[in-house]
Design a binder for this molecule. Sequence first.
Ligand code: GDP
Ligand code: MG
Length: 370
Amino acid sequence: PETITVGELAERMKKPAAEVIKKLMLLGIMASVNENLDFDTASLIAEELGCTFEKEIILTDEEKLFNDVEDAPESLKPRSPVVVVMGHVDHGKTSLLDCIRNTNVTEGEFGGITQHIGAYRVRVGDKKITFLDTPGHEAFTAMRARGALVTDIAILVVAADDGIMPQTIEAINHARAAEVSIIVAINKIDKEGANPDRVRQELTEHGLVPEEWGGDTICVEVSAKKGTNIDQLLEMVLLVAEMKELKANPDRPAKGTVIEAQLDKGRGPVASVLVQNGTLRVGDLVVAGTAMGHVRAMNDDKGRSVKKAGPSIPVEILGLSEVPEGGDVFYVVEDERKARAVVENRKFKEKQERQKKTTTVSLDNLFEQI
Ligand code: GDP
Ligand code: MG
């Protein structure tokens, strides 16, 4: 909506809100700090107070400032799938991710030892798959709560000796709500007491009918411990990915999501990001949440320094002004002035939220005292 509150307008002009309210009164408008002003009124007041009012910075949806335009169909190229591993605790998520990573590090590949950047890529034949390996589905849940859709396929790990458990059901619900395709890895088939058919039965009870039982849920019996059928599981991931016809436009400024981020003593804020569209390059100006900055350096999941990263590629970036949050969307922005305005606007809103919370708390305290 093309409006701005009196308080926000005052803050942007670095003037006291009372001054804005006074000017409005002179125009016959009685307004409180939280009152919404339309663009015409706001620009009039700004002018009266000797400020230039830039509509496109203050009033339009901030995302429009960026490059979020629809891609022409002919600009879209195939991209590799992004996969998350979900499931109940101790069913083997970490083991499966480790197993996939270790068996698919191409011999002679530089470094070879993978770097933890929250995601990694493996090669299967002439194709690649990106796996998120942020701790379990907490990261996925957090990202989804913030509206970030990063994954195409979820591998649901179910231990064959344990069956469907509460967190399995939670994972199913999350994947469904996010409209992510589910592939089931029935794990620990090497274990005594493993009962894959019981898992199939329970899956059916939760609306996931296995293919071999006439449904459309792909199930693969695996052992993450012994490495059994991992190749087959990866083949299924590629099959599902192919059916989804995943595409992106590599020839545009990048957009994606922050997977995780932290402050590194020597390197400053470090953010692992997944490029979802476009190509990210060293030197690009990036905005992520309330962080911004030119990308000073990028590293891939093998710890190699890279100059660019296209769709579905995770990289670690250096050069941000502060640490963004996992799930923050990042954009490459061309206009530094606009980027700064958006970041300031976001910070202002955050501050407002915080103040609102403090006010509520103190009012409660007041009543308690009475
Ligand atoms: P997560 O909590 O889902 O990440 O589960 P982990 O990967 O940490 O695995 C939990 C336990 O199950 C560990 O002791 C693993 O060694 C064991 N485990 C995982 N996969 C298998 C498997 O395929 N076979 C057997 N026998 N044990 C497994
Ligand atoms: Mg784990």
